[in-house]
Design a protein around this ligand. Sequence first.
Ligand SMILES: C[S@@+](CC[C@H](N)C(=O)[O-])C[C@H]1O[C@@H](n2cnc3c(N)ncnc32)[C@H](O)[C@@H]1O
Length: 381
Amino acid sequence: MSDYLYQNTEQYFGQLAGGAQKCGEEELKKLGATRIRAGYLGFYFCADPVTIYNIVYKTRIFSRILAPLLAFDCHSEKYLYKTAQQIDWSDFLTLHKTFAITSNVADSNIRNSQYAGQILKDAIVDQFREKTTQRPNVDTRFPDLMLNLYIHENKARISVDLGGGSLHKRGYRTESVEAPMQETLAATILQLSEWNGERPLYDPFCGSGTILCEAFMKAGNIPAATIRHKFGFLRLPDFDATVWNQIKTKANNETVDIPDGLISGSDISPDAAKAVRANRNNLPELGTIKVRRSDFQSLEGFTNTTIVTNPPYGIRLGDPAEVAGLLKEFGDFLKQKCTGSTAYIYYGEKSLVKKLGLKPEWRHELRAGGLDGVLCKYELY
Ligand SMILES: C[S@@+](CC[C@H](N)C(=O)[O-])C[C@H]1O[C@@H](n2cnc3c(N)ncnc32)[C@H](O)[C@@H]1O
């Protein structure tokens, strides 16, 4: 087999977190995707070879971009094994390259996702063994080739993960304090906040600075995958190094400087400021993020500022009564000291919204990284 499904159709699938659909669709349009159609936790879309590299390099919202190799009806494990062997795996792998498989199975005769992934793995290694008596190794942490197997209602799809792993791992977060949020979630929150870099942005519970770093990337027009080394599309048989280098160079030349004082934050933890600085230093030198150690109670307050933040919540961060008390005090702080500002608060637990004591303009549910939370907007008059 040499014509793979993505080559024939130029169709791909982008996976995202629950609640991020609107932002994901807007982003795909902006990055040049066409024929965008909703699927389960993601979108099918079409893109030419130039556009698809661009999407993988720049997406802030999607966690995976998948290029389907083969789609087929699949009612049994035996058939999965046999059909997976129709792919010539030497198109993607050599004996010296490693691979890994993420798999997801639902409402199908094959019930176990992990087992389905194992069958695909066996099909691949057996094909190599038959030809060479040797096999490529599996590396679940840093594979050269990341594959995805999806089976829903007995319809299977084998895809190459074009990012080579989840795109939320941007690579800048080398230091973290407690309960960091996923980078894609922070980017989605910023997208929903409609912050466009005109007003100062502040995070008073900044932790390791995920919201601040994502704001920095957005303000500086920095491609989200700028410090990523491995991309799954490098393993595609039709990978075009010239086109990829052009896309990357163009995107890297489109960054802009970030004014001093535009992005800042604070946290009560003694380790947070150091972590934010370390993480910021992993990003291109386009400006600064001001960060200090402070209890939010000691802050002087903000006018004409976009406050984007993720306060502590019960599950990961301590006593629910304490968290409720802290949110009530934070609500008073916003009311008394932040008039003329707008706050976007992401609660890791939906039940906490009422503890703030302010009425949100809107709420938007967002699920990611094991959190089933909600983002609320507050205009502070
Ligand atoms: C859910 S974490 C924020 C995580 C952050 N969004 C990230 O991705 O790293 C909440 C943060 O609130 C901080 N915090 C708790 N009480 C605080 C207070 N009274 N004032 C300021 N920060 C506080 C904690 O140290 C913690 O870093």
